[in-house]
Write a protein that binds this ligand. Sequence first.
Ligand code: AMP
Ligand code: ZN
Ligand code: FE
Ligand code: FE
Length: 292
Amino acid sequence: MGSLADLHSHSTFSDGRLTPAQLVDLAYRNGVRVLSLTDHDIVDGLPQAFEAAGRYPDFTLIPGIEMSTDVPGNEVHILGHFIDRHDEAFLVRLRQLQESRLGRARAMVQKLAALGKPITWERVQTFAGEGSVGRPHIALALVEAGHVASVNEAFDLYLSRNGPAYVERDRLSPEQVIDLLLSVGGLATLAHPRELFASGNLEGLLTALKRSGLTGMEVYYQDYLPDEIEVFRSLATRFELIPLGGSDYHGLGGPQQREPGDIPLPMEPVEELLALARQRGALERARIAHVR
Ligand code: AMP
Ligand code: ZN
Ligand code: FE
Ligand code: FE
């Protein structure tokens, strides 16, 4: 059952397989009418996404970003919706994060060589294309070189946070990321809380992040089961967060992949997000069409 909205997706400007235009087309074909492109630490794919969205009179595109944050032992990702993608200070900060990603990916390639799993930097760069370089691009190079059978195996054996080829990169704290997103008129949402919940750190984090200005939490995400959705929905209610969600579509395959819109996200919380954006004067940054 598809949803009319999908607030989390990736393109070739980070580690997605489709260009922004291809992503918009696929989402539209799947019945999605409110989409946010949320590439990792980069907004450079948004102009192409807006151009593609312009071809559909009944399609709303929300400018977005997904930012990784530094919390010991955990992957905490925060989505920013309705960000001002033209803000100079914001763009400078994002460029610094790109630099740090490059240095870190090169260091991971070196570690892999030392582990007897050589890949070339050129292949990683080719997979990364014009945008943010990330671990999935290294994983694709590992698959191509025959060192692993799949992207998932590359993560399991080498690239995960505790893996032998992992290298840390520059990250801001969650509070700094929320401040940054708010400074460019964005609304901040905690992404994919499952691992944080399992580690027992979710409630403490939500208390802190709510104080920093968090707006929402992903509840309807990828392969989350009805029972999990219920748990996260009641947590969202308790912390007064809008229960949002998305497919986190990358187009890289794998058992957890969902197509754009293939999540049970209802429209009511999406309307709530749009209303909040309107209140804050950020709605004009989206390409708004009338839904339904
Ligand atoms: P990075 O931006 O370099 O930290 O890489 C993070 C990205 O890697 C995430 O956004 C996911 O798309 C992907 N990823 C993380 N863990 C896995 C995994 N176990 N299997 C496949 N992809 C993963
Ligand atoms: Zn990704
Ligand atoms: Fe993420
Ligand atoms: Fe994502």
